[in-house]
Design a protein around this ligand. Structure first.
Ligand SMILES: Nc1ncnc2c1ncn2[C@@H]1O[C@H](COP(=O)(O)OP(=O)(O)OP(=O)(O)O)[C@@H](O)[C@H]1O
Ligand SMILES: [Mg+2]
Length: 265
């Protein structure tokens, strides 16, 4: 398991990576996220917690415009990446999603080789000149995701032939391969056993130094282990956002207290 990060948590963030201001998300007429303000920091893991249906995935998807793929979804307010409005008309969404990568609940490797799963993104984004550079990116990404030693002799095997935990690390490696700045993870461990979960948690802690990471989780233990900041959502509202230890030991809002003590959710 990742070590308790009380000391890391006490450190003040040095760089704001993303800022959401007054963000609401609608599906048709229904408001799923109501007027959320939140900052996400470089080298920090930010956890989103809250009961099922409160809008965690909806808000997460707003951060890299994945909601654009849902016809009824509409986002208002502003979301900035390094100070630039990601919903501005000139924003290149493909480029944005390379900068703000995503890892899903269910590992979803492409039905391709392990090698091609990683090489695909760098190829379409023109990040490698020739085979040697591509090989190097594949190796580096798999190493970073803690998977290299397990797969280096079988890079041509299908990604879907790996175990669930390996597949999820493959998906993390795939996200890393295009050199993102922010990594969004929506319940990345919910389909994994405790050992695979522990590996992913360690990996998140290792990766933190190079990225801003946002993780949605139903496990309060996981949020406490891996994050430095926690945001508690309820019924589309951001109820409370702060240092992870404060949220879990000394929340200011009654609704947070009720949730962390298991009164609902
Ligand atoms: N594609 C969609 N179309 C219409 N409504 C949606 C869509 N996706 C989500 N919703 C609704 O928006 C609200 C928030 O859903 P969301 O999936 O963001 O919640 P969540 O906090 O991620 O829940 P869970 O913990 O169960 O994953 C819910 O009421 C849900 O029914
Ligand atoms: Mg969800």
């Amino acid at each position: 398991m990742a070590q308790s990060n009380a000391s890391a948590e006490a450190i003040e963030p040095t760089e704001r990576k993303m800022r959401a201001k007054g963000v609401s998300v609608y599906y048709g007429d229904k408001k799923a996220i109501d007027n959320v303000d939140i900052d996400v920091y470089q080298e920090f893991v930010t956890a989103f917690i809250g009961p099922s249906g409160c809008g965690k995935s909806t808000f997460l998807r707003a951060l890299n415009r994945m909601n654009d793929t849902i016809p009824s979804a509409r986002v208002t307010g502003t979301i900035e990446l390094d100070g630039d409005d990601i919903y501005a008309s000139g924003m290149d969404v493909v480029q944005l999603r390379a900068r703000v990568g995503m890892v899903f609940q269910k590992p979803n490797p492409f039905p391709k080789s392990i090698y091609d799963n990683i090489a695909y993104g760098p190829k379409i984004h023109g990040l490698a000149e020739g085979k040697a550079e591509l090989d190097a990116i594949v190796e580096k990404s798999l190493r970073r995701a803690g998977l290299w030693e397990e797969v280096k002799d079988r890079l041509q095997d299908s990604g879907t032939a790996l175990s669930g935990g390996q597949q999820q690390r493959l998906c993390i490696a795939r996200a890393i391969a295009v050199d993102p700045e922010v990594i969004l993870m929506d319940e990345p461990c919910s389909a994994l056993d405790p050992i695979a979960t522990a590996k992913i948690e360690e990996l998140i802690d290792d990766l933190r130094g190079n990225y801003a990471i946002v993780i949605v989780t139903h496990s309060m233990q996981q949020a406490a282990r891996v994050s430095q900041r926690t945001a508690f959502f309820h019924l589309g509202n951001l109820v409370e956002y702060g240092h992870t230890s404060d949220i879990f030991t000394n929340p200011t809002q009654q609704r947070t207290q009720d949730y962390i003590t298991g009164r609902y959710g």
